[in-house]
Structure formats: structure tokens, C-alpha cells
Design a binder for this molecule. Sequence first.
Ligand code: FES
Ligand code: FES
Length: 159
Amino acid sequence: LFEKIPLNLTVNNKAYKTSVEPRITLLDYLREELHLMGTKKGCDHGQCGACTVHVNGERVNSCLSLAVMNEGKKITTIEGLANGEELHPMQAAFIKHDGFQCGYCTPGQVMSAVACVKEGHTNSRAEISEYMSGNICRCGAYPNIVDAIVEVSKGGTKA
Ligand code: FES
Ligand code: FES
């Protein structure tokens, strides 16, 4: 067993003052300690994007980040994306455009898509696909995911 290290961070606007083993990833911390199960563990090796969260507003594969590297940072997971009862426009767009089938990749896709729009990588469908290429969908919902991102990038979808 490893000695635990103090960790202070904010997750979905809630402050946590805790201590964690140095080897635990941000992904496992979110799922196992905070029981936020929306963030998925696909590959656990940075190759599928299912674990994508926002750290200080930037998208990050949480399986590649140790929890202790996030001292003082602001984490947003899929559970924290919506504003109360109202869906985030990207969530609404995924529903409208059928941007998912089994849904396993969807939380990561949505978090990545929000970041993709914020980064301004939405000038063409090809550019969107390139900047979403870190998020794998085994169901092949890619064209519909791009449709959703195109709509949001144009100022679209209210729930
Ligand atoms: Fe993190 Fe696959 S679980 S990239
Ligand atoms: Fe099934 Fe993407 S919707 S993996």
C-alpha cells in the first residue's frame, strides 16, 4: 500500500479536500471515490476517449492523468455539464441527431465535442472529424456526431 497524498480539487463546482494514493488515475478517482460513473473506462490507455473530462476547461483523457496531478484544478464531468434541469446544447444536439447507439462512448464524445467547438475546430466536417478522432465509437455513429457538432457550432440546439 502507498501512503496517501493530500488532494484539493473541484469537481462539478463542488470542492473536495481529500487524500489519495499517488497511483490512482483521475478516471478511477472520479468513478470509484466520487461514484461519478458517467465518465467511462474504455481502454484505460489513452486510445479511445471514453474517459474524456474537462480540466480547467480543456479536454483531457482522465485515464492518463493521475489524480494527484490535478491539485487545485477544476474538473467537469458529463454529470456537471448540464445547467440544472436543462440539457447542455451539445447533449440536446446528440439526441436530435442520433449521435449515439449503445451510448458507451457518448459521455466522452459530448465532453470532447464541447471542447472542439470551444477550440474553434469546426470550420468543416473534415476538421471536426480530425479533432474528434481521439474519440472512438464502436457503433460508428460518427456522421451523426458530426451533424450534432455542426449544429452547435452554428449556435444551434436548445433542448
Ligand atoms: Fe481513457 Fe480510453 S479510457 S482513452
Ligand atoms: Fe456505441 Fe459509440 S454509441 S460506442
